[in-house]
Design a binder for this molecule. Structure first.
Ligand SMILES: *Cc1c(COP(=O)(O)O)cnc(C)c1O
Length: 459
C-alpha cells in the first residue's frame, strides 16, 4: 500500500519541468524552487513512510504548497514593516527611520567608491571623521567630535580612556539599565574603573560628590535617566554646579546623555528632555549620545567635548574597533545637514512624527477609518496615548488617535497574526478585543496597503 503511494510522488526533475509548477513559481529563483521541491517531496515521502499521509495532494495543491514555501524562503529576513504601534522610536522595529535625504546619501555611497578617507582638494589621504565633525561642533557648540558604533560603545570608550584604574563618582539615582542589559555599573567595571555610588536613590547633593572625590578620582559622571524617572521627593545636582565642583578639583565631567536631542522638544509638548547644547553650555567636558534616538539618524554613538579629551579618545586603540562605516557616516552627515539647514522638523521622520498635532492625527485616523468602512470593515477612531520609545521621555504620553478594527471573519488574535506575517508585515496591537493601529507612526502612503490587508483578513 505504502509503496503504491510512494510511487505516486513525482520525481524532482519531472515536477520542475511541469508547466503547473513553472506557472506557480514564476519570478522565483530556480535554485530556491529546486531546493524547495526537494524539501517538500522529501517531507511527503517521510510522511508516507511514517504512516501519517494516506493520500497525496493533487498536482495543483502540491505546486501551490511549493510556491508558497519558495516565496517565503525568498523574502529577506530583514525587511521593512508598517509600524502601527504609535511608538516612534521602537527598538525592535529599528528605532529611527532615516529621512529621505539620509537614505539617498546612503545609496549614493553604498554602491560607489567615495571620499570616505580621501581629501579630494589635496589628492591625499583624508579623515573618516571629517565628514561630520565640523557639523557636530557647529550644531552643539563643542570644540571636537567623534563618532563610534553606538552610544554603549561611546560610554565604554570614554570610561576606558579616561577612568581605567581610577574612580568615578556617579549618582545612585542615575545608575540605569537600558534595553539589552547595558548597565552603567557593569560597563564601568569592564573598563577597570571603580564606580563610587553617591547619594541615595531619590536624592543626591553636591556635598555627596564632594565627599567622594579623592586622589584616585578621574572624573565625575552624569547619566541621563532616559528610560525611567524618579518622581516625588527628589533632588539632583544641577549640571553647572557639578561642573564647577569637578573643575575646582581639576577633574572633567563626563555625561551619558542617552537620546541626544539637538532641538528643544518643548515646541512639541515634550518637557524636560535636555539638549546636547545645554550640556556643552554648562561646561560638561565629554558628552555622548545615540544617533538613532531623538536625533533621528543612523545607529551611532556620538561624542562631543573638549578638544584635548576628544583627541585622546580618537587615539585610543578601542576607537578603531568601534569605527563606523561609510553608510552610517553618509546617513549621519545628511541628518546633521537637515539640522544645520533648519529643515530638521520637516525632513526627519522622528521629529515629524513627534510634532504631529492631535488635530492632524485625528484627521489621519478618520481618513483611514473611512477607507476601511467603505470596504465594509468594522472600524472606529478612538483616542489613544503614545510613548516616544527607545528609552526616551518615559513618563510622558502623547495624545494620539488609533483606528480600532473589529474583525468579523476571524478572531482578533488571528487578525493580528495575519497582519504580522504578511510579506510587508503590519504591526498593530490588541486592546479590549479589538485590533488597534495607531496613526502617529503610519505614513499616509501606507494607508492603501493597510486597508487592503484588513479587507483581505478582517471581513
Ligand atoms: C540608549 C542609551 C544608551 C545606549 O545607546 P545605544 O546607542 O543604544 O548604544 C546608553 N545610555 C543611555 C542613558 C541611553 O538612554
Amino acid at each position: 500500500m505504502d509503496n503504491q503511494i510512494l510511487r505516486g510522488i513525482p520525481k524532482v526533475d519531472e515536477l520542475l519541468k511541469s508547466s503547473a509548477l513553472q506557472a506557480a513559481c514564476r519570478g522565483l529563483a530556480s535554485q530556491t524552487v529546486t531546493e524547495t521541491v526537494r524539501q517538500v517531496l522529501e517531507e511527503l515521502r517521510g510522511g508516507v513512510l511514517a504512516g501519517e499521509i494516506a493520500e497525496l495532494p493533487d498536482s495543483q495543491a502540491l505546486c501551490a504548497r511549493i510556491a508558497a514555501r519558495a516565496r517565503a524562503a525568498s523574502l529577506p529576513s530583514l525587511r521593512s514593516v508598517i509600524n502601527g504601534t504609535g511608538v516612534v522610536l521602537h527598538t525592535n522595529l529599528g528605532r529611527a527611520c532615516l529621512s529621505g535625504r539620509a537614505a539617498a546619501a546612503v545609496e549614493a555611497v553604498a554602491g560607489n567608491y567615495s571620499t570616505l578617507e580621501y581629501d579630494v582638494a589635496h589628492g591625499r589621504r583624508g579623515l573618516r571623521y571629517s565628514h561630520v565633525e565640523e557639523l557636530l561642533c557647529r550644531l552643539t557648540g563643542a570644540e571636537s567630535a567623534l563618532v563610534v558604533n553606538n552610544n554603549a560603545a561611546a560610554v565604554l570608550l570614554i570610561l576606558s580612556a579616561m577612568a581605567a584604574g581610577g574612580e568615578v563618582p556617579a549618582s545612585r539615582g542615575e545608575l540605569v539599565e537600558i534595553g539589552g542589559s547595558f548597565r552603567v555599573p557593569d560597563i564601568m567595571e569592564s573598563c577597570g574603573a571603580l564606580l563610587r555610588e553617591v547619594g541615595t536613590t531619590n536624592k543626591t547633593h553636591l556635598s555627596d560628590y564632594e565627599r567622594a572625590i579623592g586622589e584616585n578620582t578621574r572624573a565625575l559622571m552624569k547619566v541621563h535617566t532616559s528610560n525611567f524617572r524618579i518622581v516625588g521627593f527628589t533632588e539632583s545636582v544641577p549640571l553647572g554646579e557639578m561642573v564647577k565642583l569637578a573643575h575646582d578639583h581639576g577633574l572633567p565631567v563626563i555625561e551619558d546623555l542617552g537620546s541626544g536631542c539637538l532641538v528643544n522638544l518643548e515646541q512639541f509638548g515634550i518637557h524636560g528632555e535636555p539638549t546636547v547644547q545645554d550640556s556643552v553650555r554648562a561646561g560638561v567636558d565629554v558628552i555622548s549620545f545615540s544617533g538613532d534616538k531623538l536625533l533621528g539618524g543612523p545607529q551611532a554613538g556620538i561624542i562631543v567635548g573638549r578638544r584635548e579629551l576628544v583627541e585622546q579618545l580618537k587615539n585610543h586603540p578601542l576607537t578603531r574597533a568601534m569605527r563606523v562605516d561609510k553608510m552610517t557616516l553618509a546617513a549621519l552627515e545628511a541628518t546633521l545637514r537637515s539640522y544645520a539647514d533648519g529643515t530638521a522638523a520637516e525632513e526627519i521622520p522622528t521629529l515629524e512624527m513627534l510634532a504631529l498635532t492631535p488635530d492632524t492625527l485625528r484627521a489621519r485616523a478618520e481618513n483611514l477609518c473611512t477607507m476601511l468602512t467603505e470596504r465594509g470593515v468594522h472600524a472606529e477612531v478612538i483616542p489613544e496615548q503614545d510613548q516616544v520609545g527607545g528609552g526616551s521621555v518615559p513618563t510622558q504620553l502623547l495624545p494620539t488617535c488609533a483606528v480600532a478594527v473589529t474583525p468579523v471573519g476571524c478572531s482578533v488574535d488571528a487578525l493580528e497574526e495575519a497582519m504580522r506575517v504578511r510579506e510587508r508585515p503590519i504591526i498593530g496591537r490588541i486592546a479590549h478585543d479589538r485590533y488597534l493601529l495607531d496613526v502617529r507612526t503610519l505614513r499616509e502612503d501606507e494607508f492603501a496597503c493597510v486597508a487592503q490587508a484588513l479587507t483581505e483578513t478582517a471581513l
